[in-house]
Design a protein around this ligand. Structure first.
Ligand code: COA
Length: 431
């Protein structure tokens, strides 16, 4: 029950509408406006800048303080002390696993890494130069044609098995998107490896060198990338998954919808844009020119990978990614490559320059993850695919939460500004 109430006076009405105010565990209070429709008005909030679309117990962000919590645990502690599958268990189930629960969960996930052999043939239908996100979107949607035994969204066992399958198969499908582009043979998963190690094995392994295993520094960096991107509360792709799911659509189709939303440059495409900018700058001597452009009010150019819509303090994920970026550059011995030198110099300038410091434009997580992925030899077109792979557990956790909660089909209203009702004029009388 709400112990606070907001009062709203509508012009030309004697009614004062009382709207309950709810407080969460943390964050802003929300005003419950569900009763407004009965009074003949709706709210108008394009982009949902002031609208909470659901209650959630999964992720909390405080952008001003630079805080990100999964189920209450700070992201720094999870990235330091847990691995991705432990975080996945936490997001899905609400609590950290004990040793036995973790071992069982790892085993269940790794037992589902293979995809149906018939699904492998789907890849042949795509052009070799297809964007890997196009392939990922299509193949993930197609999963619903293969796993009929997990499509009943009202059955908790079906929901659980669909969730495990999605988390387990996504690295396999993501790696296949890359291998298909490159014309390399697909690599079978290796279930004895960790989740991140197996993904790197499927990306870069070759049947001709079966004993080669991924570098542990790269495995740790990939595990962290996955952990840091696992969830980020009600962003565009997560809201898309919830909205698609609100109609009762199956989870595979809902995740495919999330992938489509993530694909946009304003969402998952940011680290790709950052890398493209670094390549455009090219050499350190050109940095001042780009910094001047970023500061120029009459130039629309912005430094990609700097600033964040939500975090107005150092993004807590960026701090962790920064550490990994330096570890990876040292391990691969590529810190002296021109692109990496440009990145490191830009980072230094942005952290010291008055313009960036006063506007709190810190390097964001995409800046560092872009550098890491590039150093690993992953093409920029694959960056968003890896983001989708990481976010699948967040999407499916949010989807499960929605199904378990009071499920209503999402149906926003609109402010209609088109033509008023008018009569059809016969064709021969039209101007
Ligand atoms: C992420 C982003 C969209 C957030 O924007 P926002 O919260 O709406 O912030 P604003 O656009 O209001 O910017 C605030 C001020 O900082 C400036 N600014 C913001 N990001 C900037 C950047 N990357 N380079 C240069 N100036 C920037 C704006 O020009 C504005 O200046 P003003 O106050 O003098 O007008 C923005 O920082 C950006 O475009 N960054 C680059 C793209 C990127 O890395 N995106 C990934 C985000 S995960």
């Amino acid at each position: 029950m709400a112990d606070k109430v907001a009062k709203l006076q509508i012009p030309h009405s004697s009614d004062t509408i009382e709207l309950p105010i709810y407080s969460g565990t943390a964050g802003q209070d929300v005003i419950d406006i569900q009763a407004l429709g009965k009074h003949g008005v709706f709210t108008y909030d394009p982009g949902f800048m002031s609208t909470a679309s659901c209650k959630s117990k999964i992720t909390y962000i405080d952008g001003d303080q630079g805080i990100l919590l999964y189920r209450g645990y700070p992201i720094e502690q999870l990235a330091e002390k847990s691995d991705f599958l432990e975080v996945a268990y936490l997001l899905l189930n609400g609590e950290l696993p004990n040793a036995k629960q973790k071992a069982d969960f790892d085993e269940r996930i790794m037992n589902h890494t293979l995809i149906h052999d018939q699904l492998v043939r789907f890849f042949q239908g795509f052009r070799r130069d297809a964007h890997p996100m196009a392939i990922l979107c299509g193949v993930t949607g197609a999963l619903s044609a293969f796993y009929h035994d997990s499509l009943d969204i009202n059955n908790p066992q079906h929901r659980e098995i669909a969730s495990l399958r999605l988390i387990a198969k996504m690295p396999t499908i993501a790696a296949m998107c890359y291998r298909y582009n490159m014309g390399f043979p697909f690599m079978y998963p290796r279930n004895s490896m960790s989740y991140a190690e197996n993904f790197l094995h499927m990306m870069f392994g070759m049947p001709t060198t079966p004993d080669k295993t991924p570098d542990p520094v790269l495995v740790r960096a990939m595990d962290r990338i996955l952990t840091l991107h696992a969830d980020h509360e009600q962003n565009a792709s997560t809201s898309t998954v919830r909205l698609a799911g609100s109609s009762g659509a199956n989870p595979f189709a809902c995740i495919a919808a999330g992938i489509a939303s993530l694909w946009g440059p304003a969402h998952g495409g940011a680290n790709e844009a950052c890398l493209n900018m670094l390549m455009e700058i090219g050499t350190e001597d050109r940095i001042p020119e780009f910094i001047a452009r970023a500061k120029d009010k009459n130039d629309s150019f912005r430094l990609m990978g700097f600033g964040h819509r939500v975090y107005k303090n150092f993004d807590p994920r960026a701090k962790i990614m920064r550490e990994s970026a330096h570890e990876v550059l040292a391990a691969l011995g590529c810190a002296d490559e021109p692109l990496m030198k440009v990145a490191m110099r830009l980072e230094k300038i942005a952290l010291e320059d008055e313009y960036f410091v006063s506007k709190k434009l810190y390097p964001n997580v995409d800046f560092y993850s872009g550098i890491i992925l590039k150093a690993m030899g992953i093409p920029t077109s694959m960056f968003t695919v890896i983001f989708a792979l990481a976010r699948t557990v967040g999407w499916i956790s949010q989807w499960n939460e929605m199904i378990g909660d009071e499920q209503r089909i999402g149906r926003p209203r609109q402010l209609y500004i088109g033509a008023a009702q008018r009569d059809l004029v016969p064709m021969d009388k039209r101007a």
